[in-house]
Design a protein around this ligand. Structure first.
Ligand code: PXL
Length: 272
């Protein structure tokens, strides 16, 4: 059995965070483990506003010991970290257990939650985790934060950001433009291996039910790497995976709608 782990927040609503990761690992046929960094809960009495409850350092370290010392992994990803000790413990365990297939999803915002989370952590994420990442998977906002560029709305700016982020140590960069690039008629993401750029595209889905799309994409890349795919092939497969998931997205309630990773079991995927 191929073992993979996520170091991430729990999203009690089930669409994002470690819940999305474990669902995705399962669809790839892998054995998933999870170290919980924070617990995110949403208030149905107050417009689904997010509350985040961090776990303390001892609780997180104990989970890291379980996973990395107690079991071992072929690949691991990190998502919402939420505290400095979570950033530092991620660095420590990924480094000391030589996790080559480490996917850094630099979660800085939640869809629907509006505000950036813990902006004071962004520098620590960039300095400590980018140099360990086999691949980093920012959205446009996160790519701007990691690169120091102001606004990223055009493909050329995505390329510039990818170059800067690779210079900070990430071996591969996958910036998710999706529907957000100016004038988008396709969902366009950008892959960079430090030398060449590849545009990774799918048809644009007209949907607002995209909660957890970033987590699912990074978990799918992690799974592909664990199975021995090249980084680029893991990204291409993940793009198919998230397309199918979002195609099957649905409203959970009047505030939020997740994708549906289990739709991977059904056959059609886009071609080209
Ligand atoms: O989608 C970003 C995200 C990541 N991790 C957790 C979350 C969210 C957004 O709600 O709750 C735990």
């Amino acid at each position: 059995m191929i073992k993979v782990a996520t170091i991430a927040g729990s999203d009690a609503s089930g669409g994002a965070g470690l819940e999305a990761d474990l669902k995705t690992f399962e669809e790839y046929g892998l054995y998933g483990m999870a170290a919980v960094t924070v617990i995110a809960a949403m208030d149905p009495e107050n417009n689904w506003s997010h509350k985040v409850f961090p776990l303390d350092e001892a609780a997180l370290r104990a989970q890291m010991e379980t996973i990395f010392k107690g079991a071992g992994v072929e690949a691991a990803k990190s998502g919402m970290l939420g505290t400095f000790h979570a950033v530092e413990l991620t660095r420590e365990y990924i480094e000391s257990f030589h996790v080559k297939n480490y996917v850094l999803d630099p979660v800085m915002v939640c869809k629907g939650a509006g505000e950036a989370l813990n902006p004071e952590l962004n520098t620590a994420i960039a300095e400590k985790l980018l140099p360990l990442a086999q691949i980093v998977t920012p959205n446009l906002f996160e790519a701007a934060q990691l690169s120091g560029l102001k606004d990223i709305v055009f493909l050329e700016q995505m390329k510039e950001a990818a170059r800067i982020i690779a210079d900070k140590g990430a071996k591969h960069v996958f910036i998710k433009g999706g529907s957000k690039l100016a004038g988008a008629v396709r969902a366009i993401d950008l892959f960079y291996d430090g030398k060449n750029f590849e545009s990774v595209e799918s048809p644009l889905l007209k949907t607002i039910w995209t909660h957890g799309a970033g987590c699912t994409t990074a978990a799918a890349i992690t799974s592909g790497l664990a199975q021995g795919l090249s980084v680029y092939d893991a990204v291409l497969t993940a793009k198919q995976f998230i397309f199918k998931s979002l195609e099957a997205g649905f409203p959970l309630n009047k505030w939020v709608g997740p994708g549906n990773p289990s739709s991977w079991r059904k056959d059609t995927v886009f071609k080209g």
